[in-house]
Every structure is written in C-alpha cells, then in structure tokens.
Design a protein around this ligand. Structure first.
Ligand SMILES: C[S@@+](CC[C@H](N)C(=O)[O-])C[C@H]1O[C@@H](n2cnc3c(N)ncnc32)[C@H](O)[C@@H]1O
Length: 241
C-alpha cells in the first residue's frame, strides 16, 4: 500500500497544495508543541513552519516532491517509527491513516513516541458526500479503508472529534474537495490527485455525472450547494491528548 504512492503520487505536489484554512485548524490542535512528528507526511503539506518538525514517509516518489523548506524526512512506516519513546511534544497524521496496513499498530507507535497531542485528519466512512450518489464504489472503498469513527477511541483512549468543513475553493485537491466544482471530477488530471480513483472503476458514474452537468440535472439536485462557502464532506479532526 505504501509503495502505491510511488506510482499514483507523481503529480501530488501540484494537485494537493495545502489549504491555509485547514492548516490553521491542524496547527491550533498541535497546541504549544515545539517538536512535532508528521507521519505519512507525503510532500510536506501542513507541516508548521514555526516548530521543529520531523517527517516519516514510506514512498520515495512522495519524498522527492518535498520542497527545500520541508522538514527532514525518514523513509519509514507508521507501524514502525524509528524514534525512541516520548521523543516528540506532538504528532500529526493528515489524510494518511486509511492507507496504513495496520492502523492500530501505527497509532500505538504514534502514542509511544509522542508526549502530548496526536492530531489526525481523517474521513468518516459513514458520511455520504454527494459524489457517492454517482460513485457508490467510493462508499465501499471508504468502508474498507477508513477506520470507523469509534475505532479511534478504542485505539487511543479519549479523543475529541470535530468536523472540518471544506472551503469551496480548497487548494488541496483531496477526494471530496471539489464539492462545488463538479466539473473537476471529469478531468483525469484532477482525479489523479486522489488515490481513490486508482482503486475503483469510475467510468459509469463519471459518464452519468457528465450527462447530469450537461443537462442541468446536477444543478437541479445539488444547486443549493452553489450558494454555500463550506461543506461537510465527512472530514474529521481527531485529537488525543
Ligand atoms: C494522501 S497522502 C497524504 C500526505 C500528507 N499527509 C498530506 O496531507 O498531503 C497519504 C500518504 O500516506 C503514505 N502512507 C501509506 N502507507 C503508509 C504507512 N503505512 N505509514 C505511513 N505513511 C503511509 C503514502 O505514501 C502517502 O504519502
């Protein structure tokens, strides 16, 4: 699974630019932490510039996309973090846990190396953003990949879960980011920013979406969204102190 990003992550840095509004939510959750570990760090999105950050990422293709100002990175898996106990004030794992082979082990490792808050941005697989009406395959995939929300408490003890609303012009092109820009899903390049599209056959659903956009049916069904600035697409911030 980790090696998957060696092939699908090639345009990641262009399509997945960190969104400053989501960044502010993540950074606030890190509290006063001065040392931060970023697990499943990818190209370095959301790494705070005002703290001392170390990053862990298994995919070389992702590591190569880290800019010169990104934190130092070690090629490693969440499930086996190459650090001693209590090394960091806080740790973060952003839109990555659904890829981990052993999620419980990865979180156990984060708890071991972290003295303070563990901050996760994840997706609630019970949520149904409108795109799933066209692509029910995504619901099946999310149910298989993403932990159910009660799992976090089982693995980490008490957690605080909050909804992270997605701005309509979100610069980070994750799966449900284009909720107010439905045409984006018809563009193969935009879709390549999300690993989910490489895991499903989206042909029929995207054809239906294309027709519905052309005939105005999408707007009849979901036009209300065009008046909204933010949307609950199912993303959740999970924080364990
Ligand atoms: C959607 S990207 C998110 C990257 C980054 N956190 C961000 O917000 O842009 C998911 C990342 O998780 C990494 N990953 C996959 N399996 C992993 C594992 N077992 N441990 C740590 N990272 C993993 C992938 O290589 C990929 O870089």
């Amino acid at each position: 699974m980790a090696a998957r990003y060696d092939s699908i992550g090639l345009n990641y840095a262009q399509l997945r630019k960190p969104d400053p509004r989501l960044g502010a939510v993540i950074h606030a959750a890190l509290g006063q932490a001065q040392t931060v570990l970023n697990v499943g760090a990818g190209a370095g999105s959301y790494e705070p510039s005002d703290r001392q950050v170390a990053a862990v990422e298994p995919s070389l293709a992702m590591i190569r996309q880290r800019g010169p100002s990104a934190a130092p990175v070690l090629q490693a898996l969440a499930e086996r973090l190459p650090f001693g106990g209590g090394t960091f004030d806080a740790s973060m794992a952003i839109l990555t846990i659904h890829h981990w082979t052993d999620k419980a082990a990865g979180l156990r490792e984060m708890r071991r190396v972290t003295r303070g808050p563990i901050v996760l941005l994840t997706f609630d697989p019970c949520h149904r953003p409108w795109l799933t009406a066209y692509l029910p395959e995504l619901t099946v995939l999310d149910a298989v990949q993403a932990p159910a929300m009660p799992d976090y408490e089982r693995w980490l003890g008490a957690v605080k879960v909050s909804t992270v609303l997605v701005p309509h012009d979100c610069s980070d092109g994750f799966l449900y980011a284009y909720w107010r820009r439905p045409e984006a899903y018809l563009d193969a390049r935009m879709r390549s920013g999300s690993s989910s599209f490489s895991a499903i056959d989206a042909t029929a659903g995207l054809e239906k979406l294309k027709q519905d956009i052309a005939t105005g049916e999408w707007e009849r069904r979901y036009g209300e969204l065009l008046t909204q600035d933010t949307y609950d697409a199912g993303y959740r911030l999970v924080v364990a102190q």
